[in-house]
Structures are given as C-alpha cells and as structure tokens.
Design a protein around this ligand. Structure first.
Ligand code: HEC
Length: 130
C-alpha cells in the first residue's frame, strides 16, 4: 500500500519543480486579481475614512451630536440645507475647505484624493438619512 503511494507520487514530484511553480504562480495570480478590487475598495471605503477622519466632529451618523459639533454649532448632514448642497460643493468643502477655504477641511493636503472625496460626498449625504 505504502509503496504504491510513493511510486505514484514520484512522477508528480518530478513534475513539481517547474510545472508546480508555474501552476502555483497562475493560481496566485488568479486569486490575487480576484481579491485586488476588494482590497482596494476596503482601503478606499468612504465609511472607513469617515469613521477615521470625520466622525470625531460630525458624529458617527453625521448628526452633529458631538461636543465639537455643539461647540461650533455644526449642522447635521440630514438638514435640508445640507441635503440641497450639490455633491461638487461638498467635494470642494472636503478638499479645499469650501468658498471660505477653511483650514480644518483642506483634506487635499492631508492625503484625501479627489476620488475619495467624491465617495465621501455621496456617503455623507446618505449617512444621516437612514
Ligand atoms: C475638527 C473637526 C472636524 C473634522 C475632523 C471634520 N469636520 Fe467637517 N466641519 C466641521 C465644522 C466645525 C464645520 C462647519 C464649519 C462652518 O460652518 O464654518 C464643518 C463643515 C463640514 C461640511 C459642510 C456642512 C454644511 O452644512 O455646509 C462638510 C460637508 C464637512 N464638514 C465634511 C467633513 C468631512 C467629509 C470630514 C472628514 C474627511 C470632516 N468634515 C471632518 C468640523 C470638522
């Protein structure tokens, strides 16, 4: 019994050296290419960025229910005013601090790309609607 198994595995083992590496490489490439979009997405999710960089002031649900928000008289994201603000204007607020060029919101200088700002703009608009 044992003999048979060893004999059988021999040719396979011989094939291993080159073929198996290639095979493993192909599998790896396929698996990686499947996961890559997920990884990139997870890296770039607006909800993660929001939780990390915005929630401290705007509140986890965007309802301006934090001490900072009260202190600065921040409007909740579900206010009609904010809901009527265009996404372009929100992107501008996030990246450049809006028309007033608020230093606190010049996130383009703090590693937020125009792409993730666009995601964030959509995200914050929907955030407190639920
Ligand atoms: C240090 C606290 C703080 C952080 C962090 C912060 N904000 Fe703000 N945000 C404010 C304050 C204060 C205002 C209101 C400023 C004003 O009206 O002059 C504001 C205003 C805004 C507005 C405009 C709201 C309106 O009603 O016009 C948007 C949009 C916004 N923030 C998005 C974000 C996003 C997205 C992030 C994270 C990338 C973020 N903010 C991080 C404090 C903060």
């Amino acid at each position: 019994m044992v003999f048979k198994v060893v004999e059988r595995s021999k040719p396979v083992a011989g094939w291993t050296s080159k073929g198996c590496f290639l095979f493993a490489f192909i599998i790896l490439a396929v698996v990686c290419s499947c996961w890559l979009p997920l990884i990139v997405q997870a890296d770039d999710t607006a909800s993660a960025t929001y939780a990390e960089r915005c929630a401290v002031c705007h509140g986890p649900t965007g309802r301006a229910d934090t001490p900072v928000a009260r202190k600065h008289n921040l409007k909740p994201f579900n206010s009609p005013d904010f809901q009527n603000t265009s996404e372009e204007a929100i992107v501008d607020i996030i990246l450049n601090g809006g028309p007033q060029k608020r230093a606190s919101h010049q996130f383009s200088r703090k590693g937020v790309t125009p792409e993730s700002a666009a995601h964030l703009a959509v995200f914050v608009k929907q955030l407190s609607r639920q």
